[in-house]
Design a protein around this ligand. Structure first.
Ligand code: NDP
Length: 279
C-alpha cells in the first residue's frame, strides 16, 4: 500500500520541538528575533509573510515586520538590511520575494549577513552546503530531507533523481541528497528522454514548476515521489507538479499537494531561526 507522507503532521511535530527549544533558550535569557521585510503588497507574498509571522508567534520567536511601499528604492532596502545586520538582537533577516522590478534581488540577498541568512540563499551558505560545511540550508529542500527521514525512508545508496535545477530548490536539493549519500542525478529542461532518467529513481523529487507534468509513465514501480510543486489548477484547486491520482498507486510513498512539502518550508525556516541563535 502507498504510504502518504503527511507533511502537515511532520511539520507540526517539528514546530512543537522548536517551541520547547525556544522556551529553553528563554529560560537562559536568550530571545530569538526574526526581521521580515516585505516590499509592496503582492497578495501571495502577504499570505506567506502572515504565515511566517504566525509561526514565529506560535514557537515563541519575536518577529519584526517591515512593510515597505512598492516604490522603495534598492538603496533604501539595502540601508535597512545594513542596519539589521548590525543590530545584535536580530538573529535572522528574511526578505520576501519577489521584489519590485527596480530592485536587484541578487544584490539584496547578497547584502544579508550570512550569519543571519535564515532562508539559506546567500552564496556563502550555498557554498558551505556545496563543500559540506555548516551553514543555513534553503528551507524547502531541507524540508524534503526531514520528510524522508521522519517517514523512515533511507536515502543512503539510493538512486535519487531531482527534476529541476533552480538555485532555491533543485540545486540545494541535489546537494542535500548527495550529503545523505544518495546517488544523485539532476534533470532539467535540456535533459534528453526525461522519462528514462526519472524511471531510474528510487527517490524522485519533482520541482519542475509545471502543473501535473509527472504522470505514471515517468515513475518506477515502488519509487518514493516527492512533489515540491504548488499551483492552482483551472478549478482554482491546489495541485503539484505530479499527477497524483495516476502516480500514487505506483509508489511506495508519495507527498500530497496540499499537505506534503508545503508546510515543511515554514517549519524549516523556524528551525533555521532557532539555530541562528547559536551562530
Ligand atoms: P523554477 O521555475 O525556478 O525551476 C524549474 C526547473 O524545472 C528549471 O530548472 C527548469 O529547467 C526545469 N524544467 C522546466 N521545464 C522542464 C521540463 N519540461 N523538463 C525538465 N525540466 C524542466 O522553479 P522553482 O525551483 O522555484 O520551483 C519549482 C516548483 O516548486 C514550482 O511549482 C514552485 O511553485 C514550487 N515551490 C514550492 C515551494 C514550497 O514551499 N512547497 C517553495 C519553492 C518552490 P532549466 O533550468 O533548464 O530551465
Amino acid at each position: 500500500m502507498t504510504q502518504i507522507i503527511d507533511g502537515k503532521k511532520i511539520s507540526t511535530q517539528i514546530k512543537e520541538e522548536l517551541k520547547e527549544q525556544v522556551a529553553a533558550y528563554k529560560a537562559q535569557g536568550k530571545e530569538i528575533c526574526l526581521a521580515v521585510i516585505q516590499v509592496g503588497n503582492d497578495p501571495a507574498s502577504s499570505v506567506y509573510v502572515r504565515n511566517k509571522k504566525n509561526a514565529c508567534e506560535y514557537i515563541g520567536i519575536r518577529s519584526l515586520a517591515y512593510e515597505l511601499p512598492q516604490e522603495t528604492t534598492e538603496a533604501e532596502l539595502l540601508s535597512l538590511i545594513a542596519e539589521l545586520n548590525d543590530r545584535a538582537e536580530v538573529n535572522g533577516i528574511l526578505v520576501q520575494l519577489p521584489l519590485p522590478a527596480q530592485i536587484n534581488e541578487e544584490k539584496v540577498l547578497n547584502a544579508i549577513s550570512p550569519l543571519k541568512d535564515v532562508d539559506g540563499f546567500h552564496p556563502v551558505n550555498v557554498g558551505a552546503l556545496c563543500i559540506g560545511k555548516k551553514g543555513f540550508v534553503s528551507c524547502t529542500p531541507a524540508g524534503v530531507i526531514e520528510l524522508l527521514k521522519r517517514s523512515g525512508i533511507s536515502i543512503s545508496g539510493k538512486e535519487c533523481v531531482v527534476v529541476g535545477r533552480s538555485n532555491i530548490v533543485g540545486k540545494p536539493m541535489a546537494l542535500l541528497l548527495l550529503r545523505e549519500n544518495g546517488t544523485v542525478t539532476v534533470a532539467h529542461s535540456r535533459t534528453e528522454d526525461l522519462k528514462t532518467v526519472t524511471r531510474r529513481a528510487d527517490i524522485l523529487v519533482v520541482a519542475v514548476g509545471k502543473p501535473r507534468m509527472i504522470t505514471a509513465d515517468y515513475v518506477k514501480e515502488g519509487a518514493v515521489v516527492i512533489d515540491v510543486g504548488i499551483h492552482r489548477d483551472e478549478k482554482n484547486k491546489l495541485c503539484g507538479d505530479v499527477d497524483y491520482p495516476s502516480v500514487a498507486p505506483h509508489c511506495s510513498a508519495i507527498t500530497p499537494v496540499p499537505g506534503g512539502v508545503g508546510p515543511m518550508t515554514i517549519a524549516m525556516l523556524m528551525k533555521n531561526c532557532v539555530e541562528s541563535v547559536s551562530v
